[in-house]
Design a protein around this ligand. Structure first.
Ligand code: PEP
Ligand code: MN
Length: 282
């Protein structure tokens, strides 16, 4: 029996409820976040993503706006009605981030940060746990066990691609992880085709493949102006491209026993195309 997790006040993921989590890689400014958040809400996204604390490989890279970014996420959430999923990097920030998030993201680099896993396990807020780029499925499940052991059972697992020998894509997206995980755990499983491929052109095909593989949702990077993004612009969808992906997923969903879950959309009702692009980009 698949587990269904409640997110915020009126969203569910798992057991036939498919959630599209969309937004920028990083919160960069009020203008950037609002423009992107408005666009993804308009297209029918279920959750707003965006990092206020960014795990960057090089210390000189943009590290996110921190607490200011959290305030902007809350503002965008009120404006659009979308709840927020955002990353927490440091166990000392968990309570602060939790005040601004409906789902706490533990990133791939922190999949085995055991103090952080224990800290998010003490809360009763859903956790999006991303697979490490070099972690086995068994290691991902053990990481989830750290959260479960503290009493938090609301865990969403995320496949986001593995380190490989081939640089044609940024990572090697392991879509087989979806059915493998689902055989081994009732927890919802989502796929991140943005980090998984690293190129905007490959995001929609892999998001559709994720739904076909049985995933319970996708995490997609969208930017109002990808050319000016401070982080991961090459893999960000523009709003029109995202709108097109949403209408494709809406069309596919009934074939795979899924309904797109989004605020205000009655659970169980057939998904209706939304937004100005939905009817023109099929
Ligand atoms: C992200 O989703 O913003 C992110 C940094 O992803 P990952 O931890 O998978 O690299
Ligand atoms: Mn990113």
């Amino acid at each position: 029996m698949r587990k269904t997790i409640s997110i915020g006040s009126d969203l569910r993921i798992g057991g036939g409820s498919f959630v599209v989590m969309a937004g920028p890689c990083a919160v960069e400014s009020r203008e950037q976040l609002c423009a992107t958040a408005d666009a993804v809400a308009e297209s029918g996204a279920g959750l707003l993503r965006g990092g206020a604390y960014k795990p960057r490989t090089a210390p000189g890279s943009f590290q996110g706006l921190g607490a200011e970014g959290l305030d902007l996420l809350t503002e965008a959430s009120r404006r659009t009605g979308l709840d927020v999923v955002t990353e927490v990097l440091d166990p000392r920030d968990v309570e602060r981030v939790a005040q601004h998030a409906a789902v706490l993201q533990v990133g791939s680099r922190n999949m085995q940060n055991f103090p952080l896993l224990r800290e998010v396990g003490r809360l009763r807020l859903p956790v999006l746990l991303k697979r490490g780029a070099s972690a086995t499925i068994t290691e991902l499940l053990h990481a989830a066990d750290y959260i479960l052991a503290e009493g938090n059972e609301s865990i969403i697992l995320c496949e986001r691609g593995l380190r490989s020998f081939d640089s044609s894509t940024r990572y090697l997206l392991d879509l087989a992880a979806v059915p493998v995980l689902q055989q081994r755990t009732p927890l919802p499983v989502v796929v991140d085709p943005s980090h998984g491929t690293g190129h905007a052109a490959f995001v929609a095909p892999m998001a559709q493949a994720a739904m076909a593989a049985g995933a319970d949702g996708v995490l997609v990077e969208v930017h109002a102006n990808p050319d000016e993004a401070l982080c991961d612009g090459q893999q960000a969808l523009t709003p029109p491209r995202f709108a097109k992906l949403m209408s494709q997923l809406e069309q596919m969903a009934p074939l795979f026993g899924q309904r797109l879950s989004a605020p205000g959309r009655a659970q169980g009702a057939p998904a209706l195309p939304k937004g100005p692009h939905a009817s023109t980009t099929r």
